[in-house]
Design a protein around this ligand. Sequence first.
Ligand code: ATP
Ligand code: MG
Ligand code: MG
Ligand code: MG
Length: 568
Amino acid sequence: MRYSKMLLPTSKEVPAEAEVISHQLLLRGGFIRKLTAGVYSYLPLGLMALRKVTAIVREEMKRAGAQEILMPMVQPGDLWMESGRWQHYGPELLRFRDRNERECCLSPTQEEVATDLARRELLSYRQLPVNIYHIQTKYRDEMRPRFGLMRCREFIMKDAYSFDADDEGAARSYENMRVAYSRIFARLGLDYRMVEADSGSIGGSYSHEFMVLADAGEDTLVLCRDCSYAANVEKAMVAPVLASAAGVPLEELRKVATPGTKKVATVAEFLKVPPQQIIKTMIYQIERDGPEPREFVAALVRGDREVQTVKLKNLLGANEVNSLTEDQVWEFLRLPVGFIGPVNLPLRVVADSEVMAMVNAVAGANEKGFHYQGVNPERDFSVQVTGDLRQIAAGDRCPHCGGLLHFREGIEVGHIFKLGAKYSEAMNATFQDREGRQRPFIMGCYGIGVSRILAACIEQNHDRNGIIFPMPLAPVQVILLNLGLEDEALTSAAEELYQALLAAGVEVLFDDRDERPGAKFKDADLLGIPLRLTVGRTFKQEGLVELRERKSGETTLLPVDQVVAAVQ
Ligand code: ATP
Ligand code: MG
Ligand code: MG
Ligand code: MG
């Protein structure tokens, strides 16, 4: 690879639209280019880095016994209607019609297609278990695509789906993926934590997220100082707050709590209290990058109509809300707001889907917009803004060892779920068991944000001069600089070294551009390639090539014939 021939447009300017460092460096290093909001092209070096991620993912999935396939990105709406998600997925699902007026969508995830495949091809228990996966483009019409590769609308995911005959088998498949994921993230050289996540169930460990620790992360993790306890803040906080508000031990609550819309109803039933009471204890979190939260909360308390309704609608997020009139939105927001502690925002992330789900549960309707009709906010539900979650949690102790909890920001790079029979039952996906009966598959699904990993890696590995790729993720291992383009001896030595490196199978980018040494050094640092070889002054004077490690800055001088061995 000769730099002079490559599409590798680096720049010194920090792009105005890029807030986080990974976004800035990916643009400045010429790794990616934006086509439109949340949609990017990968230029050669970006694609090479991406392939490093997928190669490791493939190796570990293979080791775990998963089979690679490739499923389509365009999907028939019919399948989504069967699973029930056509109605429930919301505006992240990009829908359209084909020339025959058939409903279609772009895949944000693949449970329907995988389940459809299984019900057609996996007919007997003898064929189970099966784990199929693919690495493919996903589309989610995110409300706020941002932070470069971190939150795109079009992005690359590895998603796997497991099919088992029973719960025990499904638990083994889940464990198998948990181990594979731990291996993958360790091999990628990322500082990560596996955390218990709320999506599967409040209590069980049926869902884990893999979080790369980084301040730019959009998730908040609760970690124990004394043991390995780690959870997503939603899981760690919502359940304890609900439990203490309802006056029951957390363990009891955890036994009954189930995900999604059912949560409120089930918990309420268990506690023998009206669902309204549960709703009242809900934490309403305010998205940190929405309208200035402090201002917003103040306006909310004053009942200030000056705050734009549009912003409020955005804040609430769900599509149903967008169909409300201004009066209805205000009706919804005109709630008794009780503060616990100071309003020390920013609070993190919305639970708006959850707010909607809970409102739904109370109003008991699925019709669009219907759940707000005839609902009296004061009578039927209220929302409490609870102030700084961190303060509430400061008093909280680790549920495992009683140690003190603390917080870190994290980037979600992987997520594994136990799905049970949710999709197989809805879509009538069954196999014949040993006794000849038809039974639904017990499923799991397992995602990795392949393209997001690039951003996460850079958030963790950079300095003021640019990226510092860990070797496993580096697009190439070595950058070779020829600093004497007008000097024949230097140029032919650099050329020879380049050929020798290629012949030895070293991945090398050869900077043969007609640029000043300063510019070449700057670009080499910006691109973050782990090893830099320089054929320049020391070669001319002493016949030595300089080897510099990007991470430590350590340099060594080597005779030409030792260079290849030193970088291998
Ligand atoms: P998030 O909470 O960040 O919105 P998610 O929980 O919606 O992510 P999953 O449905 O669990 O995402 O998808 C599996 C993985 O795909 C995530 O763990 C993440 O790494 C990646 N991913 C999800 N949404 C995006 C996105 N908009 N851009 C890039 N990667 C994404
Ligand atoms: Mg999401
Ligand atoms: Mg998530
Ligand atoms: Mg997730």
